[in-house]
Design a protein around this ligand. Structure first.
Ligand code: RIB
Length: 314
């Protein structure tokens, strides 16, 4: 069990969310439903998920010197995330335009703003912090050169790096080989394989094997309401069922999974146990609106798991 901090390097966004029966086609205007704004960003969501579970968490990122930036720093702080390595930026805070359909499915466009200024220099300033971490989490809403530099630092410091390849982009083979865990969803896994010229893989197992064939060391394929599939360098190949719940908003569910997966690994759990715990945290998150505000605290997760202890999830 490690109380060494988890460090998250990534995006911090304000999410502008509209409920809608469907997405408009090009040239069309449609009337949506209820509007809400929430704290979000894949980096902030993963940091918040881990901190709400009681683990020490530091965030490295950027926000604008605007009201959204202040609001997001306040929310992260109240969730228990140390934001002393979040630097101010002269551009606007990252913003995500999100539509959520009645079944809870989301579509997202991100205006990166300050996130596009998260730089290798920011990592240099936090080198001692990264060295002290139990794990580092990253996503792809910050510049690729920063993610690549982070992977080099983590390798040099021998700190495991969990990369959420979202939104999917071409990954250098060297980066793929350096990451300890890669955690795509089905769409991202398909995109990553097609960028690399590999055939698309119909089943989760084949898709995870496809990621290993590209050079990844350990894969968690996130499958939403179908759970997850684990494939590790040590030879583990196993499905992790989801906990059935009534979803109202799936935004940030993958981030809930990653934050919780990291906490469980940092506490010494085996990958399968960590993925089951993460699956429970993600399930709770989709029963609530918003991304960052939907992350559960540890006692809620304990109660959820206790209520479902009769479920055979092996
Ligand atoms: O993963 C969900 C997140 O993606 C949202 O919070 C949004 O900000 C985008 O980063």
């Amino acid at each position: 069990m490690s109380s060494k901090p988890i460090v998250v390097v990534g995006s911090i966004n304000i999410d502008l969310v509209v409920k809608s029966e469907r997405l408009p086609v090009p040239g069309e205007t449609i009337l949506g439903g209820e509007f809400r704004s929430h704290p979000g960003g894949k980096g902030a969501n993963q940091a918040g998920a881990a901190a709400r579970l009681g683990h020490p968490v530091f965030m490295i990122g950027r926000v604008g010197r605007d009201l959204f930036g202040q609001e997001l720093l306040g929310f992260l702080g109240r969730a228990g995330v140390d934001t002393s390595f979040v630097a101010p930026s002269d551009t606007t805070t990252g913003t995500a335009i999100i539509t959520v359909t009645p079944g809870g499915q989301n579509s997202i466009i991100v205006a990166s703003g300050a996130n596009s200024e998260v730089s290798p220099e920011d990592l240099d300033l936090a080198r001692g912090l990264i060295r002290s971490a139990s794990l580092v989490l990253a996503q792809l809403e910050i510049p690729m050169r920063t993610v690549e530099n982070l992977a080099e630092i983590c390798a040099e410091e021998q700190v495991p790096l969990v990369l959420d390849p979202a939104p999917a982009q071409v990954l250098a083979p060297e980066l793929l080989r350096t990451i300890t865990w890669i955690t795509p969803n089905e769409v991202e896994a398909r995109q990553l394989q097609s960028f690399a010229g590999a055939a698309s893989s119909p089943t989760p197992k084949e898709s995870a094997e496809g990621m290993l064939a590209l050079g990844a060391r350990n894969v968690v394929l996130k499958l939403g309401e179908c759970g997850a599939f684990l494939a590790t360098a040590a030879g583990l190949r196993t499905a992790v069922p989801a906990f059935p719940v009534k979803a109202v908003d799936t935004t940030g569910a993958g981030d809930a999974f990653n934050g919780a997966f990291a906490v469980a690994l940092a506490r010494g759990a085996e990958p399968l146990e960590a993925a089951r715990f993460a699956s429970a945290v993600a399930a709770i998150s989709v029963t609530r609106h918003g991304a960052l505000p939907s992350m559960p605290a540890e006692p809620e997760v304990d109660a959820f798991l206790q209520n479902r202890s009769h479920m055979e999830i092996a």
